[in-house]
Write a protein that binds this ligand. Structure first.
Ligand code: NAD
Length: 257
């Protein structure tokens, strides 16, 4: 087991990448603290883990709220004693997110509050807990759009993921000598609710698919496997990286016919 005796706190654990990661980490021996604003989804994740014989608990937490982030970390330590893995994964892609001209300020503010400030707040309260545990691994979900520009406008989302990547590098450097590693996971386009709701017509899906050399969307389970590597000691000499898992999209100039 690759996460035996570890405790992992996962935000956005009620769906998509967060849920699949919670299930996989639990299979690998970790106790899971599932955080989300979607109580039904989060509780279902916990139920799925406990039915498999794993250990898990749910905490309601809006990652854009400092009090909630403080409370989710406290909940983790109270439930399982220590915290070793912090997966700042919760995020939104708003369907009114657009280009500079057409993105409303409130959509910008909301997106940045959850996607970027949420990672900051997770670290603000999570890092002291990792210190108390003697070190650990932080994984921040960024995106391939932090590395490439897209003609399908989603400016607030793109800016938020750029912030996640930049924060990850600095956090990694600051905490490198405390046995705390910080890496960003940069998924390509995935077949999860978040993107499928945004690309809500077949034409929009095809517009995105032509850019992916593998010719398909990725799966949340494939991100969970990447997160497992970053969480476990197998990646012990990795920190500050942008771990790209994208079906080849960032490597492509022209895709195969
Ligand atoms: P998802 O919509 O399936 O899951 C996101 C989860 O986050 C949901 O359970 C939702 O309730 C939760 N959430 C939303 N706002 C929250 C808040 N304020 N506080 C706590 N939880 C909140 O989406 P997903 O595809 O699994 O996305 C997970 C992460 O991966 C996000 O950060 C997303 O930006 C990123 N990502 C997704 C893709 C993609 O194509 N799906 C690509 C790159 C990066």
């Amino acid at each position: 087991m690759r996460l035996q005796n570890k405790v992992a706190l996962i935000t956005g654990a009620g769906s998509g990448i967060g849920r699949e990661t919670a299930l996989l980490f639990a299979e690998e021996g970790a106790a899971i603290v599932a955080a989300d604003i979607n109580d039904a989804g989060g509780l279902e994740t916990v139920q799925m883990i406990t039915q498999q014989g794993g250990r898990a608990t749910y905490v309601h937490a809006d990652v854009s709220q400092a009090q909630d982030c403080q409370q989710m970390v406290r909940h983790a330590e109270e439930a399982f004693g220590q915290l070793h893995v912090l997966f700042n994964n919760a995020g939104i892609m708003h369907n009114q997110d657009d280009d500079a001209i057409n993105t409303a300020e409130n959509i910008w503010d909301l997106t940045l509050a959850i996607n970027a400030k949420g990672v900051f707040l997770g670290c603000k309260y999570g890092i002291p807990a990792l210190r108390r545990a003697g070190g650990g691994s932080i994984i921040n979900t960024a995106s391939f759009v932090a590395l490439m520009g897209a003609a399908t406008p989603q400016l607030a989302y793109t800016a938020s993921k750029g912030a996640v990547l930049a924060m990850t590098r600095e956090l990694a450097v600051i905490h490198a000598r405390e046995n705390i590693r910080v890496n960003a996971l940069c998924p390509g386009p995935l077949r999860t609710e978040l993107l499928m709701n945004f690309l809500d017509t077949e034409a929009k899906k095809q517009r995105r698919l032509v850019h992916i050399p593998m010719g398909r969307f990725g799966e949340a389970k494939e991100m969970a496997k990447a997160a497992l590597y970053l969480a476990s000691d197998e990646s012990s000499f990795m920190t500050g990286t942008e771990f790209v898992v994208d079906g080849g999209i960032t490597a492509a100039y022209v895709t195969p016919e």
